[in-house]
Design a protein around this ligand. Structure first.
Ligand code: FEO
Length: 164
């Protein structure tokens, strides 16, 4: 059986993961609006991954005999100044999610909940990748600057992202 503290914290994380999906969908919509459809596709795939993360938490809560509770999702930002600002925002958001996962791990350790520590380990590793992917795109966009050809090529590359 899962403790009430872990159940509440994991339910909050479901909300945070769904908010992540929402913010990436909003980024995708912005990128579509400035004709960067490949980058918009990349963000949509990212949003789908976030929904999967939320579902991992919900399945785990059920498996441990807890109760899943869905809460209101905050309204995401709608506008950005450029693709670079979008991906900088995504990188900062992933750093925030990493801090949240680390806090959950601290809680699981404090509660002596070994099963939750093992469960969270997947997210600890996932966050390393999530941060690295967003950071890599930020660096490429910084390299490209105002270059239209580079932008076209990167948009094409990111449009090829497949769901994991
Ligand atoms: Fe679910 Fe991007 O962390």
């Amino acid at each position: 059986m899962i403790s009430k503290k872990i159940e509440d914290a994991f339910n909050d994380q479901i909300n945070a993961e769904l908010y992540s999906a929402y913010i990436y969908l909003s980024m995708s919509a912005y990128l579509n609006s400035v004709d960067l459809n490949g980058m918009a596709h990349w963000m949509k795939v990212q949003a789908e991954e976030e929904v999967e993360h939320a579902m991992k938490f919900s399945s785990y809560i059920v498996e441990r005999g807890g109760r899943v509770k869905y809460k209101a999702i905050e309204c995401p930002q709608e506008e950005w100044a450029s693709a670079l600002e979008v991906f900088k925002g995504a990188y900062e958001h992933e750093r925030y999610v990493t801090r949240r996962i680390n806090d959950l791990m601290d809680l699981a350790v404090a509660e002596k909940d070994y099963a939750s520590q093992v469960f969270l380990q997947w997210f600890v590793s996932e966050q390393v990748e999530e941060e690295a992917h967003a950071d890599e795109i930020v660096k490429k966009l910084e390299m490209i600057g105002e270059g239209r050809h580079g932008m076209y090529m990167l948009d094409k590359e990111l449009g090829g992202r497949e769901a994991d």
